[in-house]
Design a protein around this ligand. Sequence first.
Ligand code: KIV
Ligand code: ZN
Length: 507
Amino acid sequence: MSRTIKIFDTTLRDGEQCPGASLNPEEKLEIARQLAKLNVDVIEAGFAIASQGDFDAIKTIAQTVKGPQICSLARAKKEDIDRAWEAVKYCEKPRIHVFLATSPIHMEKKLNMSPDKVLKTAVEMVKYASSLCPDIEFSPEDAGRSEREFLYKVVAGVIEAGAKTVNIPDTVGYTTPWEFGQLIEDVIKNVQQIKEKNITISVHVHNDLGLAVANSLAAILAGANQMECTINGIGERAGNASLEEIVMAIKTRQDILGCKTNINTKEIYKASRLVSNLTGMLVQPNKAIVGANAFAHEAGIHQHGVLKARETYEIMKPEDIGLTESKIVLGKHSGRHALLKKLEDMGYKLDKDGLEKAYQRFLTIADKKKEISERDLEIIVAEEVYVVAEEFQIESIAIKSGTKTKPEATVVLKHKGKKLKKVVKGAGPVDAVYQSIQQLTKVKASLVDYTIQAITGGTDALGEVIVRIKENERIYVGHGADTDIIIASAKAYLAAINRLIFATGQQ
Ligand code: KIV
Ligand code: ZN
């Protein structure tokens, strides 16, 4: 097979820019580790100048995560490029991604710059970035709405200045597949330096019209060799092109696309769950590839066909994305060793401390739930192992509630070695618990979203709660699971509060 398409993952940069998906540095590192297992070619780890948190996360990822290139975004400004370089320089294969808008509307209304000034700045800044970092990518932002001749000039200019990858973004998700494919073909045909210098043409497409993946595939057919995308398609507004959809389309339709990627597709499902758990962005059940229903066959006629020959209704195998049947795997009497072995089989490598936390949580769940499935274990790992430092912890919760009683919660939290207790009545048990937690932690944040769903079937299933709270225009997400939905709700709310404290240094 001929071409290998590079996968440039921007979950931690463009993905994290979507409202409510903010991640702290530890969570970003965890996701970056999973992206390395997926074997993506480039991780865009953040926008170094945007905040100290972003800078720290990129730097830690550059220092620790081996395999993929680590990249930071930078505007076409010296201070941005310096900051990006400071963050990525520790990595074996650093990259700086410089961008500047080239569409008439962006140049006039946003940048207030003439086209000549844009061209000059892009060239100067790519030259400057190349003097620091061996691998520079340049994006003419809003290329999808830029004038062709001007776009060619900018692309030629930045290549002469040292860019090795030129990324053509459809920033606003406006183009259709045939237009976008034509745009890529035209750029390649009209900028001779692309062939002469063996430049990688990349695309970055937003999903405002639901066409991001279709546009990306059209770009492959037109000659693009790098796809920018995110896990679960998260990103600003309607999101970015989804990594799993592009990768599985390339794998499944080699006959028409004629190329491959370096992705270890068996890590896709785990990456999807991790990103969903840490960002609190639920995956819609009918989402292609990773949605809960993507491989489910409810209709009798389908089940019948699939039992006889899978290919009747399945074009991909669930195992290809690492989705094993959520088998019943362990029970109350399974020991530490069995748990470790099972987690290792599922691809989790826990250190001693992580294993101990997972085991204690496993015992608590196994006490209430007879059979523990792989899905339950995923939740245990997500909740017990991938967590930030907890300022407050739940010591105990008791609820009084019923048809003739005003619900009352007694909540005891641990804080800096002390136990703090509050008894509060509320409109319902969750309200009573949330008021108690709010009064004990004294964190002033408004609850903007609360969702609950059952993880596995049965009345003893784990209930999973995702909560979003808002303070000073920033959203913090909390995730909690338990067989008792009031406890799951309390965990989710307290997790969001702990993240707020961690991020803002309150307390
Ligand atoms: O959507 C966009 O244009 C971007 C650029 C910074 C590449 O995210
Ligand atoms: Zn974007």
